[in-house]
Design a binder for this molecule. Structure first.
Ligand SMILES: [Zn+2]
Length: 178
């Protein structure tokens, strides 16, 4: 099978994502599945004759997060602190911190991806979940230039570890609602 490429940016870091809604469920019977580019975030559908994907129920996340360790500083309306990023993707990151952060808090983040370059600034990230001193945030708003800098960094990580391809089966999956 040819390596899948993103129609938007042309890179091959593409992940299959969950089908959303009855149309995509229907289309999958005709070998059309949704994918998401791990770099530019483009979500697209692709037809591959005879290729049937196994459903992955547990992980509905659209980006793979990569294990990491670099410093982050953050501030929000009533909170400020520092921490250590433990994983990152183009969609968000998780970091360890001793600062208490409420779910739903909007944070400005400075991701110190390397000692040699200025931090990547996320203008707004929303705290989604926290457990055992680790906060998961989703990137909401950032300058295009910062997004491109993080893309370069993430691309380096993706190249470093190779691309995980989803397992394939040849039999149709049962038509069951989620
Ligand atoms: Zn792309």
């Amino acid at each position: 099978m040819a390596q899948l490429k993103c129609p938007n940016c042309g890179r091959e870091f593409v992940r299959r994502v969950s089908r959303a809604g009855p149309l995509e469920l229907f289309l999958s019977y005709f070998y059309v599945y949704p994918f998401k580019c791990q770099l530019c975030g483009d979500r697209f559908r692709l037809f591959q004759w005879g290729v049937r994907y196994v459903r992955v129920e547990e992980d509905r996340r659209e980006y793979d997060r990569m294990e990491m360790n670099f410093p982050v500083s953050f501030y929000g309306q009533d909170v400020a602190g520092e921490g250590n990023v433990v994983n990152v993707s183009m969609g968000g990151c998780s970091f360890r911190t001793s600062t208490k952060i409420e779910s739903g808090t909007i944070l400005n983040l400075s991701l110190q991806i390397s000692k040699d370059v200025p931090p990547v600034i996320i203008d707004a990230a929303m705290a989604r979940n926290m457990r055992a001193g680790t906060v998961g945030v989703e990137f909401m708003l950032w300058q295009q230039s910062e997004r491109e800098r993080l893309q370069l960094f993430v691309r380096g990580l993706l190249i470093g570890r190779g691309v995980d391809l989803e397992p394939l089966v040849s039999r149709p999956e049962p038509l069951l609602p989620r």
